[in-house]
Design a protein around this ligand. Sequence first.
Ligand SMILES: *Cc1c(COP(=O)(O)O)cnc(C)c1O
Length: 482
Amino acid sequence: MDELTSRIKDLEQISGALEPSEEKRNELLAQVGGYANNFINNLPSAESYSPKKAKSEAFFFDGKSKSLEKVLEVFSEEVASKGIRAASGGHLGYIPGGGIYGSALGDYLAAVTNEYAGIKFASPGAVAMEHELLNWMKRLFGFPESAVGNLTSGGSIANMIALTAARDRHKVKGAKIEKSVLYLSPQLHHCNLKALRIIGLEDVIIRHLELDEDSKIITRDLSEKIMEDKEAGFEPFLVIASAGTTDTGAIDPLREIGEICKEQKLWFHVDAAYGGFFILTESRKALFAGIELADSLAVDPHKGLFLPYGLGSVLVKDREAVLHSHHYSANYMQDAIDGSGESDPADLSPELTKHFRALRLWLPLQLHGIHPFIACLEEKLLLTRYFRNKMKDLGFELGPEPDLTVTYFWWPVPGGDEEGFNRKLLQEIHKDGTVFLSSTSIKGKFVIRLAVLSFRTKLETINKAIEMLIRIKDRISAELYS
Ligand SMILES: *Cc1c(COP(=O)(O)O)cnc(C)c1O
């Protein structure tokens, strides 16, 4: 062997560690599988929240190799046991989802095969799978087949893609920015406002719409504001509505808003990141009437389809509007152009290389069929009602009946420090950790919020939550009034 060959062979020896043998693979997989089983089996008894901070030195990388056993130990102690246990049914804060096992298997296969999901030349199968999932969603939401879409990392990017398309269709740039007006609810998720800044629309005029008692957009106010703006020489171009607000789970009057947008030639975007998949349920379907009028829609499978974090989606009717900002060709990509006219995922989002995230949705849908998902959504709706009934009987005050599965409550302290009491209540809930709840502020009032969307949240979980609330509330009362 010459010197070059022998040097290559030496390196091959060392780099070979990156390709474990089948025997070794089986061993590693068994260890991870064992860990996962243990983790899932222990979820019902484990606390849902721990305020402990992670020790960053535990993650320090010294360049040396360690056993998987050792690595899993660090993972277990420093990751899986701290903060919100998002896989737990006791995660009732923010918007949970749980993380179904079938998705984990999809992610595993996606990582092993490493399909390049951005361009169909590279992986026609991965791209066709993504397109078919999006076609399914188009049918679900009454979008035409000609609409385009993208599987994104989450709702934030999904909303951003949609808002970028709205911007480009209405050519909101240069001097036009400061004259352009968009209309939204004060309850709209903040990621839309963040997206507007990212896409250069920080200086558009934003009109906050009036809301009714159920925190829904009052459409008369929308019509009036559009008229006033047009008369004043401004250029209305966009209305953003929610199908399931984060704070109260409210669905805006989509049909009426859609009709106004059509008449006034405005882009109608619906943020359905949290609520969208409730359209699958018989009991809530009607609330989504009019969503088919939207020009664009964002909906998160990592919420309403219970997937682990990392999957949102966007649908947009105007393909050209999406391509304007996202389609690009480069010399080094010339082999990838197939001339079919069908867009690649890379033409419809900021990403070129993308995680093969279709598989984490497709695999569980194929494995289970749709019925368990629908039953799970209906179950969450009834659990929310059950929780509210019990809480009312116990003397808690509740926000209005929600459309979906987010509700809020507080303990009334007539003539006393109600906010102080409820802040203390939340603090103690976090210290206790049995279940995790978060808080919000509704019209300036501090309230505690419950979001039922983890597929693992069961009747037993809600009963546990209620027992915990009684226990903590009684203890605070005893401390304050003894
Ligand atoms: C969660 C949520 C978002 C943001 O989506 P991410 O997936 O967290 O990026 C946007 N809008 C609504 C209504 C949400 O509930």
